[in-house]
Design a protein around this ligand. Structure first.
Ligand code: 3HC
Length: 312
């Protein structure tokens, strides 16, 4: 077979559930796909702060504002954590950021949608972070040590994000008819894009087979998407809201909800950069990076001066 001796030994370790560490030998393709996934995961966390940032100054109470600020700060930390995990694979932070700013690297499609009302802060925490948790829990057991360990810390904070989002939705659904209508409108706009977060269908997924063999992906895109639907529909019913999917129905035999076709043309359009907010999100990130140039230069100059002092 086409596997060399090193690859065979490597795969045997993966199959035994042994964690691969940064200093271990690994196939170039394993390194490459991890840099791709971890860096895009990090980009998602950083860009993911923008939709919520829009509502910090518009939060209805000081309590909601401080919770939202804490969540956004967590996301920044998740991003820096994941960039550090990617750097263990021999790639530099500057390279990763250049790939994002040039439009070469992806970040999660979900962050290219606008946040039109306060209810969106509820829908995002509940549905987007809820989906992220479903996707990230298995990653705590993935084969690459630094990534798996980073996920353990991220998942703990993520559950607070999801709970505070659902709390916002509960307040709105117990509020005035206008507030409940706001919650339904947010659900209508965030439901399908949240299902798309899990990636293309298994049949259309180019990376899944290899990622599964290397135990980077422990469950398929469709399996995790199904898990999200099964978990969320009862929560929607509890809120007294309606799932914006006329084809949704519970299958008593399988115990799962069957749901309608996802609009993959919308998904592919967003990935191509034609989503509602793609350009704005990237421009905002590029401007933030350029505006921070003077600060990075000062840090480097200071570090160089310290180094000179040490050397003298
Ligand atoms: N948005 C953008 N691109 C997506 C995507 C999405 N929702 N879903 C898939 N893609 C891309 C993939 O990156 C891949 O493109 P690439 O080869 O150029 O990277 C292509 O579509 C085909 O998809 P595959 O299923 O073959 O790719 P993967 O095996 O990488 O699976 C994934 C996609 C499930 C997103 C996987 O990369 C993954 O689990 N990533 C880590 C978790 C992650 O990034 N979660 C979303 C971030 S949301 C978040 O964490 C913030 C939260 O805290 C609010």
């Amino acid at each position: 077979d086409d596997m060399g001796q090193d690859e065979r030994a490597f795969q045997a370790r993966i199959d035994e559930g042994i964690k691969i560490e940064a200093k271990d030998w690994m196939p170039d393709a394993y390194r490459k796909t991890l840099i791709r996934q971890i860096s895009q995961h990090a980009h998602s966390e950083i860009v993911g702060q923008l939709p919520e940032g829009n509502w910090v100054t518009r939060a209805p109470t000081l309590k909601r504002k401080s919770i939202l600020l804490a969540k956004i700060q967590d996301e920044a930390g998740h991003g820096l954590y994941l960039y550090s995990a990617a750097e263990t694979l021999g790639v530099s932070r500057d390279e990763l950021l250049a790939a994002l700013h040039s439009g070469k690297a992806k970040y999660s499609s979900i962050f290219n949608y606008p946040t039109l009302s306060w209810a969106d802060m509820g829908a995002i925490g509940w549905l987007v972070d809820g989906s992220a948790i479903i996707n990230q829990i298995p990653l705590c057991r993935c084969s690459y040590g630094p990534y798996a360990r980073a996920m353990i810390r991220v998942c703990k904070e993520e559950s607070f994000h999801a709970r505070q989002g659902y709390d916002i939705m509960m307040s709105l659904c117990k509020g005035t008819p206008e507030q409940k209508a706001m919650a339904q409108d947010a659900l209508n706009r965030w439901w399908w894009p949240s299902l798309m977060m899990f990636g293309p269908s298994d049949a259309a997924s180019v990376n899944s087979a290899q990622s599964a063999q290397w135990r980077i992906k422990l469950f398929s895109n469709d399996e995790l998407r199904q898990r999200m639907v099964d978990q969320t529909v009862p929560q929607i019913e509890y809120l007294g809201l309606t799932v914006p999917d006329p084809d949704l129905k519970f299958n008593a035999e399988t115990g799962h909800y069957e749901f309608g076709e996802i609009d993959w043309s919308e998904f592919n359009n967003v990935l191509k950069g034609n989503g509602p907010c793609n350009r704005e999100r990237l421009q905002t990130r590029v401007k933030a990076y350029e505006d921070g140039e003077w600060f990075r230069d000062a840090l480097v100059a200071y570090a160089d001066k310290q180094a000179e002092k040490q050397a003298a």
